[in-house]
Write a protein that binds this ligand. Structure first.
Ligand SMILES: [Zn+2]
Ligand SMILES: [Zn+2]
Length: 347
């Protein structure tokens, strides 16, 4: 089969490798129908995720058709269309038993496209298939369901649920990328009073506006002042950080109200400063997290009920063999006005 293989910093190619085989009775082999590129994949090819070994197939999001299952797989059979979760779960360890799949001690966690071959390929082997895939309802189209592999669970669990978004809250989202804008949609599910989106990219802020943000503001236009004006000087109830830089994290600590919450989603490659000399008496809560994907069944229900905003989150579609071109487009997302780029495996 063909797959996108990582060969070390800035080196990757679409090339022939061996077809996946079924080494464990709990595994499944999926023919990928739709996959996508995550910001985390860019961190990998930039050499910022040193755990990923040269020779690994990248990608941790997919929708596809089951072609083979191990003898212990119960929830899906060949021919079923499944969502492959970005997080693998053994389903048995203490963390998995409480829904914290990201910290799985039984061989799961973030594995696909990291520790084992991933989904940017014609076929993918999914370990612990029963607890790491979801059979898709017919109404969930591939190009929408793919957003429930990683984007929506991350925005919902690590942004909205960790942030404790509650009815009437003023929510600030810093970073209008696909995850930040999914957090905008998910915050609405909890009747956020006002949502303010802060970002660098004018086209992305326009998208945020179209998706229902009450206000948008550039980093350079004094977001602190705007948030103060909109909250009688208190600050935001919840601030969701969806970039992963020191500058944006520290901005979040200036936007949150006393006793408010900062939910950090970003993937950080550098340290940020926590200004405890200013924050110690402000009673704020800061959360971080790698997604668990315990919310995937709920998100699929919301998707099929047409309650999950999916429009404009994916902007470009490529044929899977053109994946290096898709990386190029995603890498220069701002100039290409790109959000998620989807890859369809030709029949
Ligand atoms: Zn991801
Ligand atoms: Zn586990």
């Amino acid at each position: 089969m063909k797959a996108l293989v990582f060969h070390g910093t800035a080196r990757f190619s679409w090339e022939n490798i061996d077809d996946p085989s079924l080494p464990s009775p709990t595994d499944m082999i999926v023919r990928v129908a739709t996959t996508t590129i995550c910001g985390t994949d860019l961190h990998i090819i930039h050499g910022e995720v040193p755990d990923v070994a040269a020779g690994t197939v990248l990608g941790h999001e997919a929708v596809g058709e089951v072609v083979e299952v191990g003898s212990d797989v119960r929830t899906a059979k060949p021919g079923d269309r499944v969502l492959v979760s970005c997080i693998t779960s053994c389903g048995r360890c203490g963390y998995c038993r409480v829904g914290t799949y990201s910290q799985c001690l039984g061989g799961g966690g973030w594995k696909l496209g990291n520790a084992v071959h991933g989904t940017q390929a014609e076929y993918v082997r999914v370990p612990f298939a029963d607890t790491s895939t979801h059979v898709l309802p017919e109404e969930a189209a591939n190009n929408e369901a793919i957003l429930v592999s990683d984007v929506y669970p991350t925005a919902y669990e690590i942004g909205v649920l960790n942030g404790g978004v509650s009815p009437g809250d003023t929510v600030v989202i810093v970073g209008p990328g696909p995850i930040g804008l999914a957090a905008l949609g998910a915050a609405r599910l909890y009747s956020a009073g006002r949502v303010i989106v802060v970002g660098r990219s004018a086209p992305r802020l326009e998208v945020a506006r179209r998706l229902g943000a009450d206000a948008v503001v550039s980093h350079t236009e004094n977001p602190e002042q705007l948030v103060r004006e909109m909250t009688q000087s208190r600050g935001a109830d919840v601030v969701i950080e969806a970039v992963g830089s020191a500058e944006t994290f520290e901005l979040c600590t200036r936007l949150v109200r006393p006793a408010g919450r900062i939910a950090s989603i970003g993937v950080y490659g550098e340290p940020a400063t926590l200004h405890l000399e200013e924050l110690w008496n402000r009673n704020i809560t800061i959360t971080t997290g790698l997604v668990n994907t315990h919310s995937t069944p709920r998100l699929l229900s919301l998707l099929t009920a047409r309650l999950l905003p999916v429009s404009e989150l994916a902007t470009h579609t490529f044929a899977l063999p053109d994946i290096t071109e898709a990386y190029d487009t995603f890498e220069k997302a701002s100039e290409n006005r790109a959000m998620k780029v989807l890859l369809n495996n030709p029949e």
